[in-house]
Design a binder for this molecule. Structure first.
Ligand SMILES: [Zn+2]
Length: 241
């Protein structure tokens, strides 16, 4: 009888992480290799992440890197993405997430560079983010000098003190760009695509009317809560497996 090893599960996770990385490219969120998606197997305590600097059109599941939550490589011949420590802080601090994506997509990054949270101007935003998409504080010089990537993760976590990471699945890192997350790698990439679209629409909204106001609270809540949470009714009922 074939032995069921943990690598069977990681093979699936590797494919999901590769697919999430490719989705970021297909949607035009990634220039060259500036982006990365990862996923975690909570059961195994292992993370699968894109290797550093490998062209996407050549990337295969076997090229992805498996690490533990301390960033030690468990399986893989290539170096992991240099943003791995940021992903690890998020997995450790946000226990319900299963995937993380990071891009320098243009509109979300423009908001990050302007160090402005994205206000919720409409229902597209409200469907996915229950509140503004927040922006982190800028890192201190000392936080940049050492453990920069880990400190980036810590800055994100600090931003979520008093916020619910489950209902706001993304953030703008000041002067850098967006990180998004979700229950699995594909969902984190999906949220990256939505965030870029929301950032773009918010930019145009202010361009058309610089005095545009955020959506009214009742409409924001309506849209978020009909799609998420215990009384959600948007889409088809989830099938029980
Ligand atoms: Zn980056």
């Amino acid at each position: 009888m074939a032995k069921r090893s943990p690598s069977m599960l990681l093979a699936d996770l590797r494919r999901a992480v590769l697919e999430a990385n490719l989705e970021l490219v297909r949607r035009g969120l990634v220039l060259f290799t500036f982006g990365n998606a990862s996923g975690i197997s909570r059961k195994d305590g292992l993370v699968v992440i894109k290797p550093s600097g490998v062209p996407y059109d050549k990337m295969k599941p076997v090229d992805l890197v498996v690490t533990d939550l301390d960033g030690e490589i468990v399986e893989g011949k290539l170096r992991p993405s240099s943003d791995l420590p940021t992903h690890l802080v998020l997995y450790k601090s946000f226990p319900n997430i299963g995937g993380v994506s990071h891009t320098h997509s243009e509109y979300a990054t423009a908001w990050a560079q302007a160090r402005r949270a994205i206000p919720c101007f409409g229902t597209t935003h409200a469907d996915y983010f229950h509140g503004d998409v927040p922006v982190t504080e800028e890192l201190k010089d000392s936080e940049i000098a050492s453990n920069y990537e880990q400190n980036t993760g810590r800055a994100i976590v600090r931003t979520f003190h008093g916020r619910d990471y489950s209902s706001i699945p993304g953030v703008l890192v000041a002067n850098h760009g967006p990180f998004t997350w979700g229950p699995n790698p594909g969902a984190s990439a999906h949220n990256a695509v939505i965030l870029e679209s929301v950032a773009r629409m918010a930019y145009f909204t202010l361009d058309i009317n610089a005095q545009a106001q955020a959506i009214q609270r009742s409409l924001h809540d309506k849209h978020f809560l009909r799609k998420h949470g215990k009384d959600a009714y948007y889409g088809q009922p989830k099938e029980k497996k």
